[in-house]
Design a protein around this ligand. Structure first.
Ligand code: FE
Ligand code: FE
Ligand code: ZN
Length: 300
């Protein structure tokens, strides 16, 4: 089982990320190379990097199972504000260079929101942008994330993802499934084998390089994109476990992006990371209906 969560990229950069992941019992992790909402980035420090690589080796964490996520503000689909589009292209390019310098092999990207464009125009803008960023010499593969279809998001259907892949000249492009997004987009995760067969027919299973294994706060087809803790949403424990244990995807890292837990019921402040507990529960194969309380107790 290759399992982890998204983690911080702290003052000690990937070393912090790695230590946080290990503290959760993970053998994979996903990081943003700065805050996900902004583009403020510090220079990659080789000392921290080398220490992290050593720690990873000691703990059997393969670099192929370390994933980067591009910041949300990159939008390759909207060309209305041409400066922002060029900024997005340049920023993604820099982000890939940062990944390459850390030996990271995969970067997850939200394809983009078309805003006032049609989906088709949005997809063409994404293709044009990606062709300026990646070629066959790029050492970090861009993974298009399957989206919930909130607002004008592109990449909410397998056909849209396929269209982007087809338009990009380089083979350095893959897919990151997000189970919450797929549910919200209308793909029934309870029928995962059927979904995977459809995916294989349209795109090809080999393109799946990462899975965001989230539950959803909303029913099938809601187009909302609100993640829920593992087993506590509309997908449920059994459905999510069946995806994790699917033999066709056993080498693909599964990453939790489930929400932090609030101090007490009703309190807004989300402060306790659930990952140590969710990972333990997944490894045990048994649903723990008291998980949320256990987390509150542990961190109190
Ligand atoms: Fe994402
Ligand atoms: Fe995701
Ligand atoms: Zn999401």
């Amino acid at each position: 089982m290759i399992l982890g969560s998204h983690v911080h990229f702290g003052k000690n950069q990937i070393l912090d990320s790695c230590q946080e992941a290990l503290s959760y019992g993970a053998n994979a992790f996903m990081l943003y190379t700065g805050a996900p909402q902004n583009t403020i980035r510090s220079k990659i420090n080789t000392e921290y990097l080398n220490e992290a690589l050593k720690l990873m080796e000691e703990n059997n964490v393969k670099i192929e199972n370390v994933i980067c996520h591009a910041p949300y503000i990159i939008n390759l689909a909207n060309k209305d504000k041409i400066d922002s589009w060029h900024f997005s292209i340049n920023f993604l390019r820099q982000e890939i260079t940062r990944c390459e310098s850390m030996h990271i092999k995969y970067i997850v990207l939200h394809p983009g929101s078309a805003v006032k464009h049609t989906t088709e125009e949005g997809i063409n803008n994404i293709i044009e942008a990606l062709n300026q960023v990646i070629d066959d010499n790029t050492k970090c593969m861009v993974l298009l994330e399957t989206m919930a279809g909130k607002g004008s998001e592109c990449g909410k259907t397998l056909e849209e993802i396929k269209a982007i892949i087809d338009g990009v000249h380089s083979n350095n492009i893959g897919v990151c499934l997000d189970t919450c997004h797929l549910n919200d987009a209308g793909y029934d995760m309870a029928k995962f084998p059927e979904f995977l067969a459809t995916f294989d027919k349209i795109i090809g299973i080999a393109k799946i390089k990462c899975i965001h294994i989230n539950d959803s706060k909303n029913p099938l087809g809601a187009h909302k994109d609100r993640h829920e803790n593992f087993g506590f949403g509309y997908l449920g424990f059994t459905t999510l476990m069946n995806i994790i244990n699917n033999p066709q995807l056993k080498d693909v890292p599964k990453i939790l992006e489930t929400p932090y837990i609030s101090k007490e019921n009703g309190e807004k402040e989300l402060i306790y990371p659930p990952y140590k507990f969710e990972i333990a529960m997944i490894k045990s194969g048994q649903f723990n209906e008291n998980l949320i309380n256990d987390i509150r107790e542990y961190y109190k």
